[in-house]
Design a protein around this ligand. Structure first.
Ligand code: HEC
Length: 125
């Protein structure tokens, strides 16, 4: 009897492992090397400032002066070269170039998460 139960248990475990517990039905979740906060602190901060206030000396704009929705649009632009169909229509050649290099270095991030974080930074001003 005990043997039978453990066989069933084993079979169940194997079944879950094989089917990945229905993983194929879940939407694909992109994983990032760093959290949004880490990305900001390791890369963006040196050009855009501690509170996303921008730095006139480096000619960087403030990132803490718009709503998360507006920020997400601008982040789409700099990440996708304004080709995403969600473009705000502004030109970000310098930042597009920077962003490509940052993403290559592993500083990739979720756009909505970054937009939320930047609006949080605005409140810490
Ligand atoms: C080497 C300096 C540098 C770093 C690092 C940097 N930026 Fe920038 N960023 C700039 C400059 C310069 C501009 C303005 C020129 C442009 O938009 O192309 C800019 C513009 C932007 C814009 C457009 C702002 C607007 O007004 O629409 C966004 C969004 C942005 N950066 C986000 C980020 C994020 C997020 C990071 C970190 C992942 C980051 N930047 C890291 C220099 C930098």
């Amino acid at each position: 009897m005990i043997k039978k139960i453990s066989t069933i248990a084993l079979a169940t475990v194997a079944f879950i492992a094989l089917t990945g517990c229905g993983e194929d039905k879940a939407p694909e979740v992109k994983t990032y090397k760093y959290t949004t906060v880490q990305v900001y602190e390791k890369s963006c901060i040196k050009c855009h400032g501690k509170h996303g206030e921008g730095n006139p000396k480096k000619k960087t704009p403030a990132l803490n002066d718009r709503t998360p929705g507006e920020m997400a649009e601008d982040l789409y632009d700099v990440k996708n070269g304004g080709t995403s169909g969600q473009s705000s229509g502004t030109d970000h050649e310098v930042m597009e170039h920077n962003m490509q290099k940052l993403v290559d270095k592993g500083y990739d991030y979720d756009i909505n998460s970054m937009a939320e974080f930047l609006s949080y930074l605005a409140k810490t001003n």
